[in-house]
Write a protein that binds this ligand. Sequence first.
Ligand SMILES: Cc1cc2nc3c(=O)[nH]c(=O)nc-3n(C[C@H](O)[C@H](O)[C@H](O)COP(=O)(O)OP(=O)(O)OC[C@H]3O[C@@H](n4cnc5c(N)ncnc54)[C@H](O)[C@@H]3O)c2cc1C
Length: 203
Amino acid sequence: MSIKLLKQGLNGHGTLKPMWRQPPLKDSYDVVIIGGGAHGLACAYYLAKHHNITDVAVLEKAYLGSGGSGRNTAIIRSNYLTPEGILFYDESVKLYEDMSEELDFNVMFSQRGHLTLAHTDASLRTMRWRAEVNQIQGVNSRVIYPDEIKKLVPFMDVSDHPRYPVQGALYHPPGGSSGTTRWSGATLTARTSGAFTCTKKPK
Ligand SMILES: Cc1cc2nc3c(=O)[nH]c(=O)nc-3n(C[C@H](O)[C@H](O)[C@H](O)COP(=O)(O)OP(=O)(O)OC[C@H]3O[C@@H](n4cnc5c(N)ncnc54)[C@H](O)[C@@H]3O)c2cc1C
């Protein structure tokens, strides 16, 4: 934990600047984005970053991250099945790798590795299929078996006692999780000078 974060926690986050702004709505904007989820907020950020478009309103009917963006399992990975999906998500993983530095905000991205467990022959077959497609696209992903799983996650029961024992797993070392996906989008938006409004206070 950084000293800065500890200090902010101890003083009740009193020195933190709000990440959102609620200026009065104008009659028109160059761009209006409906929805303050990760996609809407990221669009606002990249419009400013790559196209210098900052006259932007993000309209959110509830509070930031009130949709899927604030309710997901926060797993960041690129070991999907279709070539198009893999390439798309691999770019996303790379964005997360530099995001804390780019935003000067700790999005708590931790690439601790991701395991998708297979409990049946059929799912193990799918894992092999995914691993092949991943590797062709240059993504670090391979099938591993109970011995190696046990080394990675010692507390996991890989014995044949459970009704559906773990037969193997798709192992994706660059996969991980981000503790703050809900708010990283908000930070992205705050870094733009575009307008932002939301109709309810963030909870
Ligand atoms: C249970 C669950 C687990 C998931 N796990 C993962 C995961 O581990 N990894 C991963 O990468 N993805 C995961 N996802 C998917 C991911 O969360 C979504 O793909 C992503 O959050 C979608 O972002 P979004 O901005 O498109 O939508 P949302 O985050 O849903 O944002 C849409 C916003 O639009 C607002 N809105 C809607 N209509 C209007 C309107 N008319 N006017 C104003 N505002 C409006 C809503 O209030 C909402 O805030 C998960 C999803 C769920 C539900």
